[in-house]
Write a protein that binds this ligand. Structure first.
Ligand code: PMP
Ligand code: GLU
Length: 397
C-alpha cells in the first residue's frame, strides 16, 4: 500500500490516544486517575441538552448552509461584540466541527508550500501536524519559565523572514495555562502589522481565566490587526460540550469564504440540531460557566500547591485553562528499579503502569522537560492521583 506522502507525515494525536487509553483501562475495571483529560469533567448544562432535544423533535435534522444557520451566526456576532469588542457580520463567521476544524480550515486557506508559520513552543499538539499537512514550514519560537512561557515582541521579530505567513497564538495556553496581557498583545500586534503577517488566535480557553484577569482578543486592538487575524473559539471547553463539536472562526470575509469553500467539499454544516442548541449555549451559559470556573480555580490552587511540595517537581501557577505544566527535569536520568527515566515519555509510561495515573508527556508539546496534568477531574481524584505520584517518586533513585 502506498499512502500519500502528506498523510504519512501526520502522527496520531497523543492527547486523544492517551485519554482513550486511560478510558479503556477504566472500562476494564482498572482504576486510573486520568490527569490526561483535555475536556471538562462537568456535564453539558441541562438547558442546552433540552434545546437539542426540542430541535430534534421539531424535525430540525436536514442540511443547513455550510457556514451555519443565521440564528447561530447572529448569536456569535453578538457575543463577539459584547464580550470581545469585535464587530463582525455573519458573512465573516464560519461554524465548524470544533475549534480544531476551524483552525485546520484557516491553516489550509492561508498556508502555501514552504510558507513559514511561527509557532510559540510549547504548543498544542495539533498545530504542527496541521501545518505539515498544508506543506508549511514550522518555525518554533521557544519560550521558558522566565517569560512565563510567553513570546515577546522583540523575540518575534528575530524569527520573521520574507517567507513568514502566519503566527499561531493560543491563550490561555494549552499546555501552560498562561495568558497574554493587553500590552503584550499590543506589542505583538504591532510587529505583525508592520510585517503583514497573519495571526490565528485560538481563544478556546477564553472563559476559563482565574484571579479576575482580563481576557483580550488580539483582533480587537485595532483595525489593522483585525484585518490579519482569524479568531477561533467554540463551545467545547466553556460549555462542557467537547463531544458536540461546535467551533467557529471569524475574520476577513475572503479568508472565511475560502475556509467555507473547503468545508463545503469536506464536511458541510455541523450537526443541525446541535446548531439550534448552540444558539442558547452562546446566549445563556454564563451562570454555568461561572460555577465551573470557581470549581476549576479551587482545583488549580490545590494542585499547584501540592505539586510544589514535591521536591523533584515544580510548576508555575497557570492563569487559565485547566492544565498544569510540570517541570520534571530533576527526574531525568534517575532510576525506577532498573529503568532509567530517559525522557518525559518514559516517565509518563511509568506513571501509568506503576502509579496508575495518566499524564501527557511534554515531548508532544515540544518540550521534553515537562509533563502536562489536567485538573478537569474531581478534587478527590486529584488528591488520590497526587498521592500515587508522590509515592512513586519516593521510590526513584
Ligand atoms: N485548541 C486548543 C488549544 C485545544 O486545547 C483544543 C482542545 N481539543 C482545541 C483547540 C480544539 O477544541 P475543539 O475542537 O473541541 O473545539
Ligand atoms: N485539546 C485537548 C487536549 O489537548 C483535547 C484533545 C485533543 O483534541 O487533542 O488534551
Amino acid at each position: 500500500m502506498k499512502l500519500s506522502s502528506k498523510i504519512q507525515e501526520i502522527s496520531p494525536s497523543a492527547t486523544l490516544s492517551i485519554t482513550a487509553k486511560a478510558k479503556q483501562l477504566k472500562s476494564q475495571g482498572i482504576k486510573v486517575i486520568a490527569f490526561a483529560a483535555g475536556e471538562p469533567d462537568f456535564d453539558t448544562p441541562e438547558f442546552i441538552k433540552q434545546k437539542a432535544k426540542e430541535a430534534l423533535d421539531k424535525g430540525l435534522t436536514k442540511y443547513t448552509p455550510t457556514a451555519g444557520i443565521p440564528e447561530l451566526k447572529q448569536a456569535i456576532c453578538e457575543k463577539l461584540k459584547k464580550e470581545n469588542n469585535l464587530e463582525y457580520t455573519p458573512e465573516e463567521v464560519l461554524v465548524s466541527c470544533g475549534a480544531k476544524h476551524s483552525i485546520f480550515n484557516a491553516i489550509m486557506a492561508l498556508v502555501d508550500d514552504g510558507d513559514e508559520v511561527l509557532l510559540p513552543k510549547p504548543y498544542w499538539v495539533s498545530y504542527p501536524e496541521m501545518i505539515k499537512f498544508a506543506r508549511g514550514k514550522i518555525i518554533e519560537i521557544p519560550t521558558n519559565e522566565r517569560t512565563n512561557f510567553k513570546i515577546k515582541a522583540d523575540q518575534l521579530k528575530e524569527y520573521i523572514t520574507p517567507k513568514t505567513k502566519l503566527l499561531i497564538l493560543n491563550y490561555p495556553s494549552n499546555p501552560t495555562g498562561m495568558m497574554y496581557t493587553k500590552q503584550e498583545l499590543q506589542e505583538i500586534a504591532n510587529v505583525l502589522v508592520e510585517n503583514q503577517i497573519y495571526c490565528i488566535s485560538d481563544e478556546i480557553y477564553e472563559k476559563l481565566v482565574y484571579d479576575g484577569l482580563e481576557f483580550v482578543s488580539i483582533a480587537s486592538l485595532n483595525s489593522e490587526i483585525k484585518k490579519l487575524t482569524i479568531t477561533v473559539n467554540g463551545l467545547s471547553k466553556c460549555c462542557s460540550m467537547t463531544g458536540w463539536r461546535v467551533g467557529y472562526a471569524c475574520g476577513p470575509k475572503e479568508i472565511i469564504q475560502a475556509m467555507g469553500n473547503l468545508q463545503d467539499h469536506s464536511t458541510s454544516n455541523i450537526t443541525t440540531f446541535v446548531q439550534y442548541a448552540s444558539v442558547d449555549a452562546i446566549k445563556y451559559a454564563e451562570e454555568s460557566i461561572k460555577k465551573m470556573v470557581e470549581e476549576f480555580k479551587k482545583r488549580r490552587d490545590y494542585i499547584v500547591e501540592e505539586i510544589n511540595k514535591i521536591p523533584e517537581l515544580s510548576v508555575i501557577k497557570p492563569q487559565g485553562a485547566f492544565y498544569v505544566w510540570v517541570n520534571i527535569s530533576k527526574l531525568k536520568g534517575k532510576k525506577y528499579n532498573n529503568q532509567i527515566i530517559t525522557d518525559s515519555m518514559k516517565l509518563s509510561e511509568l506513571l501509568l503502569t506503576e502509579a496508575r495515573v495518566s499524564v501527557i508527556p511534554g515531548c508532544v508539546f515540544g518540550d521534553d522537560d515537562y509533563i502536562r496534568l489536567s485538573y478537569a477531574i474531581s478534587l478527590q481524584d486529584i488528591k488520590e492521583g497526587l498521592d500515587n505520584i508522590k509515592k512513586f517518586i519516593e521510590t526513584i533513585r
